[in-house]
Design a protein around this ligand. Structure first.
Ligand SMILES: N[C@@H](CCC(=O)N[C@@H](CS)C(=O)NCC(=O)O)C(=O)O
Length: 213
């Protein structure tokens, strides 16, 4: 049995989407970020970084990082078709998008949400947030152009775990107001992903509403 440590609408949701899509046997432990559950000693024993998500494996041991968990689940449940196989020509683009989203877009978002980690100057906070917003919009516009040309999914007509991650990020809109109105191909992908029954179940549990412009 897998155990996912999660909090509403945090980065745990991408991992959660994959577990549910895969039909994996798993249970969940709510680590309520609104109550600083991720900074409590019980959780720090699970992930000393104090971040979500974390997942306990059936064989023991913990994996953190939402993209790593997504890829692990995709690899362990190949019948769910969450990732192209290792020798599939789309494997490279799949990894590229998964890493790009987790390693470039998501950190820009984290700079917006945690600006005090970027500067020691209180007066610099506003500038850090503005710069992060600019970068996020630029990254969405590149992704949108790719999807307009090659979509509806990141890999064309094939859904993958990278789309689930993209969908999660597209719902974090305080850092990019009106993402769906500004980036219609991102919106099209989000609508298709949100319509998947497994994704809808997890989205509802996380209180993520339907896609609206
Ligand atoms: N690179 C990590 C980032 C995880 C992360 O920053 N999660 C946020 C929630 S969305 C968190 O736990 N923040 C608490 C903190 O950084 O103190 C991942 O992709 O899983």
């Amino acid at each position: 049995m897998y155990t996912l440590y999660w909090s509403h609408n945090s980065a745990s949701i991408a991992a959660h989407y994959c577990l549910e899509e895969a039909g994996a046997e798993y249970d969940t432990v709510l680590v309520d970020m609104a109550e600083d559950g991720h900074k409590k000693p019980e959780f720090l024993q699970i992930n000393p970084a104090g971040k979500l998500p974390a997942m306990r494996l059936p064989e023991g041991g913990i994996v953190t990082e939402c993209a790593a968990i997504s890829l692990l689940i995709a690899d362990r449940f190949p019948q769910a078709d969450l990732a192209p196989a290792i020798d599939d020509p789309r494997r490279g683009p799949f990894l590229m998008w998964l890493f790009h989203l987790n390693n470039t877009l998501q950190p820009a978002m984290l700079r917006y949400y945690y600006p005090d980690r970027i500067t020691t100057e209180a007066s610099g906070i506003g500038g850090v947030k503005e710069k992060a917003k600019e970068e996020i919009a630029m990254l969405w516009s590149r992704i949108d152009a790719h999807l307009a040309k090659n979509g509806p999914y990141l890999l064309g007509d094939r859904f993958s775990a990278a789309d689930a991650l993209l969908y999660m990020l597209s719902t974090w809109q305080e850092c990019c107001p009106e993402t769906y109105r500004r980036f219609p191909s991102v919106r099209r992908l989000a609508e298709k992903v949100r319509a998947r029954p497994a994704i809808a179940r997890v989205a509802e549990m996380n209180e993520v509403g339907p896609v609206v412009a």
